[in-house]
Design a protein around this ligand. Structure first.
Ligand code: GLN
Length: 483
């Protein structure tokens, strides 16, 4: 039963082949048995899961239907869950039980999804390897000596290991797409404003966006349907109608114009990944797509701009964790200053402290213009590059990452080398565009992802292309040995 996708589960439940309660018990047992190897969960919510599963079964017995009714999922541990620890992967929030549900959590619960637990993540979503978590690193089910990617590494490892069919995740600079690539999953970062950020603990508010991680585009469509939509509680949520994503999966790719940016193929890209990217282009050409070389001339400035803007916003967002109102408080503070300093010094890990310092520096008087304002200008240039490209093509295709998953610990002493791995994903966040990563082959036994980018609110186009690709390839069906 653990091999079933969300779409297959929906059919099985509708056909009464099994109940949500039965499926939930199978998956909870599988998590108990296998997750100690991977460390993909921070908290399990067995009681809630069984209660939600029984309620979903009762709703089905009463004639209700719906693709998510009784479907088991998990939430990245930065989505607030009422009465349940919401740690954000940090000692700072190890003792924090959220007093309310995030909009995403509430919407999925209302659709009948069953929450099995909260997944491991980089501390405050800062990282590309899931090694900065207070709860320890997550291992990649494809090779347990390797990282699963980050910051949504727990969601990715759990879905890849078939502990559950799908999970929520968030993407500030690639944290849905990059772990999807490293673990052979399909992951979608929606347009900024498509999915509510209310109750999603903020890292960099102008970049953060929640989205689905699953094995197939078909399943991402189902999960995104449950997550997307206008939310008056999020001032950056956009009031645009949500299309029926599942209904859009079967559009023809005849005449689809794919742009492949020449800048993507510079030094730094593993040539074996470049070959797999071009093989995916060939596959899409067979389905009727036409391919064109395009240029994104400002791409080279994306990493420095992102690593100024994201820490700047983080330094502001994380100032609320001061040991006073909630979260970790140091023992026996001598005075208020000591309380602030030690609560933050002891509660935040080294990567978070590094980002707060970089961000506070970039925002300080005298440096603001030189760093933050400059980075914002670059951000606009990057957006303009995309707008120009989308006048010529319908979709942009390239690698999700320059390299496959690296060994645990390999980049611990060199944070910049880890930042450089985000080169293909961060531009979509800077521009606010939707992006999807889908499985496209293997290098040394490790999965490789291809990234598709589309114009604003064209999530449906991304899912359509990925679904058609997946109907004609079988990379996404490969399962890691032992799982
Ligand atoms: N790796 C990037 C960072 O560390 C992106 C993380 C994310 O998307 N949350 O900031």
């Amino acid at each position: 039963m653990h091999q079933l996708t969300l779409a297959e589960i929906a059919r099985g439940l509708a056909d009464k082949k099994f109940s949500s309660e039965e499926l939930t018990k199978v998956l909870l047992a599988r998590i108990a048995q296998l997750d100690p190897q991977l460390n993909s969960f921070i908290s399990l919510t067995e009681d809630l899961a069984l209660q939600q599963a029984k309620a979903a079964d009762a709703r089905r017995a009463n004639g209700e239907s719906g693709a998510l009714l009784g479907a088991p999922i998990a939430h990245k541990d930065l989505f607030c869950t009422q009465g349940i620890r919401t740690s954000c992967g940090s000692k700072m929030l190890d003792n924090f039980k959220a007093p309310y549900d995030a909009t995403v959590v509430a919407k999925l619960a209302a659709a009948g999804a069953v929450t099995l637990g909260k997944t491991n993540m980089d501390e405050f979503a800062m990282g590309s390897a899931n090694e900065s978590s207070y709860y320890g690193p997550v291992k990649n089910p494809w090779n347990q000596e390797c990282v699963p990617g980050g910051s949504s590494g727990g969601s990715a490892a759990a879905v890849a290991a078939r502990l559950l069919p799908a999970a929520t995740a968030t993407d500030t600079g690639g944290s849905i797409r990059q772990p999807a690539a490293f673990t052979n999953l399909t992951g979608l970062k929606p347009t900024y404003g498509r999915v509510s950020r209310w109750g999603m603990i903020a890292y960099a508010s102008s970049l953060d966006q929640g989205g689905p991680l699953a094995r197939t585009a078909e399943d991402c469509a189902i999960l995104l349907q449950g997550m997307a939509g206008f939310d008056p509680q999020d001032s950056t949520s956009i009031d645009e109608p949500v299309p029926d994503y599942s209904a859009g999966l079967n559009g023809s790719l005849q005449g689809l114009r794919i742009g492949v940016p020449k800048e993507y193929f510079s030094a730094g890209l593993d040539p074996r990944i470049a070959d797999l990217v071009m093989a995916s282009v060939e596959e899409l050409k067979k389905l009727g797509a036409v391919v064109k070389e395009i240029s994104l001339p400002n791409m080279q400035h994306a990493i420095p701009a992102y690593y100024v803007i994201a820490p700047a916003e983080a330094s502001s967002n994380l100032s609320r964790f001061d040991g006073v109102r909630f979260g970790y408080r140091c023992e026996d503070p001598k005075n208020l200053e000591d309380l602030y300093k030690r609560s933050r010094g002891e509660g935040f890990g080294p990567e978070v402290q590094r980002r707060i310092m970089v961000g506070a520096y970039a925002l300080s008087a005298g440096y603001y213009d030189a760093y933050y304002l400059k980075a914002q200008k670059i951000r606009r240039l990057i957006k303009n590059d995309f707008m120009a490209a989308f006048n010529e093509v319908d979709i942009i295709l390239g690698p999700t990452t320059p390299n496959p998953a690296w060994k645990l610990g390999a980049k611990n002493n060199d944070p910049v080398s880890e930042y450089l791995e985000d080169v293909y994903t961060i531009t979509a966040n800077l521009a606010g565009l939707p992006g999807l990563s889908m499985p496209a082959g293997f290098v040394d036994g490790l999965p490789v992802g291809v990234q598709l980018l589309a114009p604003y609110f064209q999530e449906g186009r991304l899912l359509n292309v990925a679904h058609q690709y997946q109907l004609n390839t079988d990379w996404h069906t490969r399962t890691p040995t032992g799982f």
